[in-house]
Ligand binder design. Structure first.
Ligand SMILES: C[S@@+](CC[C@H](N)C(=O)[O-])C[C@H]1O[C@@H](n2cnc3c(N)ncnc32)[C@H](O)[C@@H]1O
Length: 236
């Protein structure tokens, strides 16, 4: 496994990097397969600009690297080969402009203001700009438990509750309650959701209805019957 992110803090220059330490090991684990690939990348939150060289050194040389921040002084922190856009991550018009100008993205990291309405608005408006098999990463989701950020335990408006709801939407293929739990369009778009300490990762995976297979003696039979069956306790 790569140690790129774990080893990175000791290699920083004069730009300050601001991350939870355990994200670095997680990024080595989660993103190892992306190392050196030419991709389209977006990070919300520039602060002192310390993450720009980190992502630039990890991704391929032809990558498109876009960063955004609400603080106009961050514009001066752009590096050659990167773009820094100034605007509010909760402003739909700004996010739509970012999408039109620079999308679609393979990786999106939200390390911005960490307020509930910001994380949710950014996800809603940037998710359509995430490419198939791309990852949408939200850092510092512990703010979902902080009232000062609009959070609180089981607070319905928190990002954590929003993300838990995505779990249901992803599984809405399998609903037996078409009225109370209808098929949601995100069932066709979410491949997986990972909850880590303070970090949520949502994978885009454009797909048709899941298929069950039976296989024996090399003969594979595919069926979507499980999605047609209603009133059963289990398909198995
Ligand atoms: C935690 S820092 C970013 C750290 C940086 N990504 C790093 O790894 O070193 C958060 C940044 O989010 C920015 N921010 C706060 N509210 C924002 C908003 N509504 N829209 C865009 N950026 C915002 C702040 O100005 C600040 O620079």
């Amino acid at each position: 496994m790569t140690r790129y992110f774990r080893d990175y803090p000791a290699r920083t220059g004069d730009r300050k990097l601001f991350k939870m330490e355990h994200y670095l090991e997680l990024y080595d684990e989660l993103l190892g397969g992306w190392q050196g690939r030419d991709v389209s990348f977006l990070e919300i939150g520039v602060y002192k600009g310390g993450s720009l060289p980190m992502w630039q050194g990890f991704l391929g040389p032809a990558s498109r690297l876009v960063f955004l921040d609400i603080d106009p002084t961050c514009a001066a922190l752009a590096l050659p080969g990167t773009v820094v856009e100034i605007g509010d991550q909760a402003d739909p018009a700004f996010l739509d402009r970012i999408g039109r100008a620079h999308g679609p993205f393979d990786l999106i990291v939200d390390d911005g203001g960490h307020q509930m309405h910001q994380q949710i608005a950014s996800f809603r408006h940037l998710w359509p700009q995430l490419a198939d098999r791309g990852l949408y990463i939200v850092e510092d989701v512990h703010t979902s438990y902080w009232p000062g950020f609009g959070g609180g335990l089981r607070e319905p408006a928190s990002f954590i509750e929003f993300a838990k709801d995505l779990i249901d939407r992803m599984h809405s293929w399998y609903t037996e309650d078409d009225a109370g739990f209808p098929l949601h369009p995100l069932a066709r778009e979410i491949g997986g959701i990972r909850f880590h300490d303070s970090l949520v990762v949502i994978q885009k995976r454009l797909k048709e209805a899941p298929v069950a297979i039976t296989a024996q003696n090399g003969q594979v039979v595919r069926s979507r019957r499980m999605l047609e069956v209603r009133g059963r306790r289990s398909i198995f």
